[in-house]
Design a protein around this ligand. Sequence first.
Ligand SMILES: [Zn+2]
Length: 310
Amino acid sequence: MTTNTQGQGHIDEAISIGRKTTYALMGAGLHGYNGINPKICLQIWNIYIKPRVIYGLENIKLSNGDRKRLNQYHKRWLKQMLQLPERTADEGVYIIAGEIPIEAEIDRKILTQLMQIFRGEDIEKDIAERQLAVKDSTSNSWFIYAGKILEKYDLPKIHDLLRTPIAKGVWKKQLTESIINFWKHDILEKAKEKSSLKNLDLKDFKVGNIHSIWKHCNEDTLAVSKAGIKAKLLTGTYLLQSNVAKFQQKSETATCKLCGRQDETVEHFILICEAIEPQRKPFMEKFRKILEQHDVWNHIQVKIYNCYQS
Ligand SMILES: [Zn+2]
């Protein structure tokens, strides 16, 4: 175990390994635009790429800057897979992918290793006892670093755990729950503040589960590309005239270029625009039948009616 504080070189190497593994696995490059379902890409990420990227990083003291760089690499990877533009709000990317920042996985490894040491009876436990007795919070000790990570996730104090280590299975469950809850709460709180994510149902966020828009596309490249449009609509990055007008106030108006009757908002595009009614109609009829069976059509109809009126 090292007390090396030079995390930067290790992060460069980790990112480089991630890129090389990605290219090696997918030939021309693993990215959403070649029609591979992001659900498969994420499985590849979690099984083959992520473990190689974070390999050994639990033994190094990473600075906040190191963690940020690694998280950025992960987010960019996710955006490419999910066909989302660079400007997509980070929280939207995590929610759509069902992911949490990659640093969470490093923290899990650190705290798993910490408990292994505490449960054991070898030299590393002696070092832990000595360092925790004499070092203060400004020290470079890995054990002090691990103690701060315990605090971050509101887990028991390091001195208590050293005295009374927790059994492997119980600790694994407690760690997983605490880490997921911490990040889920953090992501959802930030997402609530983002106006671009107002159409994203935050209750849908399940860590480890990609958003349902991708679930039934299988290997159908057309369905995958349609899901990519839905992902953009949900994260407020699909280019509608109402967005274009915000950025180019002089040359563009928000008026829908298809029908010329209303501003092109998400509601207008999905529910109202007459120009795309022929494409919408068969779908809406099917949709209506399903909703009537579940006795919720009237409720939805009121919502649609309100959109028409606004
Ligand atoms: Zn229109």
